[in-house]
Ligand binder design. Structure first.
Ligand SMILES: Nc1ncnc2c1ncn2[C@@H]1O[C@H](COP(=O)(O)OP(=O)(O)OP(=O)(O)O)[C@@H](O)[C@H]1O
Length: 228
């Protein structure tokens, strides 16, 4: 469902972040992206949701060539892809419920069905009881769970996570992994860039290691493989 064919990314400052990357990720896979700082992990992630465009080569999601789609079709692509970040990126003046509902494609949806879906995803992330809270009334782990709810509310086929546990203490990080595992079991493809060695080495999944913008290792049930 996701394919990169000889992808290159050169930023405008001439930094070569991705240098000839070719790989495939099937529907339903859970993949960790690992590698040293500056290796190109975030750039790879940004190419997948068309935040960046490849300089050369093809990024294909569900038969759509991302380099060829018009700007006005980018929102439609993004509905297939949920994204979460290290710093949550919630809207501070909206409640938990509103943050999640806001992301839903609400056009012509009856209010009752919007409510049903928002409460359904808040249940998945175990935050039904905090629907009326504001983000700054929540712990970091809870805020990340709201971000996950927001990312999956449109039922995307792919969930992309860039360092989702980077700001969280170890226990809280494991709570987030439980939720991502649950979402994965529901059939969503998950791609997660991470520096969290203990998670990668414990919750074994496919590991793609990137160094200098190239895939240097791709293992079915791999290890983190770096010291930090
Ligand atoms: N918007 C940008 N403009 C120019 N150069 C960039 C941009 N974003 C990243 N880079 C450069 O591209 C290279 C790859 O960066 P990237 O953020 O993809 O690495 P990373 O593996 O995610 O690193 P980290 O683990 O530290 O987050 C680095 O040399 C970085 O400085």
């Amino acid at each position: 469902m996701i394919e990169l064919k000889d992808v290159w990314k050169v930023y405008s400052n001439n930094v070569k972040a991705i240098n000839g990357m070719t790989l495939k990720i099937d529907k339903g896979e859970f993949v960790y992206i690992v590698g040293p700082s500056g290796a190109g992990k975030s750039t790879f992630i940004r190419l997948l949701y068309r935040e960046e465009k490849a300089t050369k080569g093809e990024v294909i999601i569900d038969q759509t060539k991302l380099n060829s789609i018009k700007e006005r079709h980018v929102p439609k692509l993004r509905r297939k892809i949920g994204v979460i970040f290290q710093d949550f990126k919630l809207l501070p003046t909206l409640t938990v419920y509103e943050n999640v509902a806001f992301a839903l494609e609400v056009i012509e949806e009856p209010r009752a069905s919007i409510k049903r879906r928002v409460m359904e995803v808040l249940d998945i992330v175990k935050l039904k009881g905090k629907a009326k809270f504001l983000p700054d009334e929540l712990s970091g782990g809870e805020q990340q769970r709201v971000a996950i709810a927001r990312a999956i509310v449109n039922r995307p086929e792919v969930l992309i996570a860039d360092e989702p546990t980077g700001n969280l203490d170890p226990d809280t990080a494991w709570g987030i992994m439980d939720i991502l595992d649950d979402i994965s079991h529901r059939g969503t493809t998950i791609i997660m860039a991470t520096h969290n060695k203990s998670i990668v080495n414990t919750l074994k999944r496919r590991v793609i290691a990137i160094e200098n913008g190239r895939v240097v290792r791709d293992e079915v049930r791999g290890n983190y493989g770096y010291e930090i």
